[in-house]
Design a protein around this ligand. Structure first.
Ligand SMILES: Nc1ncnc2c1ncn2[C@@H]1O[C@H](COP(=O)(O)OP(=O)(O)OP(=O)(O)O)[C@@H](O)[C@H]1O
Ligand SMILES: [Mg+2]
Length: 374
């Protein structure tokens, strides 16, 4: 899959820009604060219908403008026009081939994998960072998962309101069993899909990581459902059937019931899931060196690419935001050679010095300066 054309109007610091992208390597070079990340963010909103770094959609509108528009032409077998339009007065509009559509139908048309300096936090960061990584990936390839996750999140919110209301009025608790049933049903679907995706990711990370670490290390990804955290994680997290997962979920709800009412929030469920990176039997979050953690993240992101290819038949567009300067020479070369022209790649950088002459030769290079691209 590739993005052939991209245009931005009043998006972040861009007034009006239209560009044609090369199907291979695209390098955007510019000083700090010129619009490099903003450009990748624009591609990202075409992929996922919202930004990964704006607190509100409206922040994406160029200061002083009424609205922002991003459009892109995606080439798979046929061409597809995607549009994203915001204004201060109306609701956000998402368009596929000129027709307004829902976020669920919009997502999945342009698949992307983003690698930024923040991604390097994947191993060390909070469980929520890892859940987000997983969910973004699964949501791009599975519309049923998107729907299930949204419904699950709605059930959690409503169940939380009920728990809060029950602090004042115990009578409210009579409604809890109905919510629990939905929570367990939807939550188990979420867990099953996450577990399956981690298993497939792992089939790629193994080989990739061996290559990145030059055969020295074995990387394993281990799913940690909410009930299997801490030292028991590994023993508890493998292989339960759907029925078994549901039974554990119900047991945990019963065990945590009083605490849930006291705190007014849902304590059991995949909103508390996590996964571990284990190298040669050690948890990298606790025991990994910074270099090992970076190699693991790199393997994981490259695995994401392979997984998306396997599931959709197309490689996603790869967005690399300023990561060249964050990686040492060795990992930089590995990243680019493992990408190996499989996927359209859009890289931003403050300096072209990170790229070999051979790479520069086959890349399309653009200069970004104050929201203008040349
Ligand atoms: N809604 C907006 N309207 C106008 N300008 C904005 C808006 N949002 C952000 N900007 C500006 O866009 C500029 C460029 O931001 P961007 O994050 O793309 O920089 P960058 O080139 O990635 O820089 P760095 O190398 O430091 O990461 C910033 O100066 C920021 O103030
Ligand atoms: Mg930036």
């Amino acid at each position: 899959m590739r993005l052939e054309l991209l245009s931005l109007q009043d998006f972040r610091n861009y007034e009006r820009v239209s560009l044609e992208l090369s199907p291979g390597l695209n390098i955007f070079v510019g000083d700090n604060a010129q619009g490099k990340t903003n450009l990748l963010e624009a591609i990202y909103v075409l992929s996922l219908s919202k930004s990964y770094r704006a607190a509100r959609d409206q922040d994406l509108i160029r200061h002083g403008s009424l609205g922002a528009v991003v459009t892109g032409r995606v080439r798979k077998l046929a061409a597809l026009e995607l549009g994203f339009a915001l204004s201060h007065t109306d609701k956000k509009r998402l368009l596929v081939n000129g027709k307004t559509t829902t976020a669920n139908r919009f997502m999945g048309n342009l698949t992307t994998v983003l690698f930024s300096p923040d991604s390097l936090q994947l191993v060390k960061g909070a469980p929520s960072d890892r859940r987000r990584f997983l969910d973004i990936q699964i949501c791009q390839i599975d519309s049923v998962y998107r729907q299930t996750l949204l419904e699950y999140q709605r059930v959690v919110r409503q169940r939380n309101s009920l728990l809060k209301a029950a602090q004042e009025d115990r009578g409210q608790l009579s409604q809890l069993p109905a919510w629990d049933k939905q929570l367990v049903h939807l939550g188990t679907q979420v867990m099953l899909r996450r577990r399956a995706v981690i298993e497939s990711l792992q089939s790629y990370t193994r080989a990739l990581h061996r290559e990145i670490s030059q055969e020295k290390e074995e990387l394993e990804l281990i799913y940690q459902p909410f009930f299997a955290q801490g030292d028991l994680a590994v023993e508890l997290s493998c292989g339960q059937s759907e029925q078994e997962l549901k039974a554990i979920f119900r047991q945990e709800l019963a065990r945590l019931r009083r605490e849930e009412i006291r705190r007014g929030c849902t304590l059991a469920g995949p909103q508390r899931d996590d996964f571990l990176f284990v190298v040669n039997g050690l948890d990298l979050k606790k025991f990994g060196s910074q270099g090992q953690q970076r190699s693991a993240v790199l393997a994981c992101i490259l695995a994401e690419l392979e997984l998306m290819h396997a599931e959709t038949g197309e490689y996603p567009v790869v967005l690399l935001d300023d990561v060249m300067s964050e990686l040492d020479q060795n990992r930089r070369l590995q990243l680019l050679s493992l990408l190996n022209d499989k996927a359209q790649t859009i890289v931003t950088t403050t300096s072209l010095a990170s790229f070999s002459p051979e790479m520069m030769q086959r890349a399309a290079v653009y200069k970004i300066q104050q929201g203008r691209i040349a």
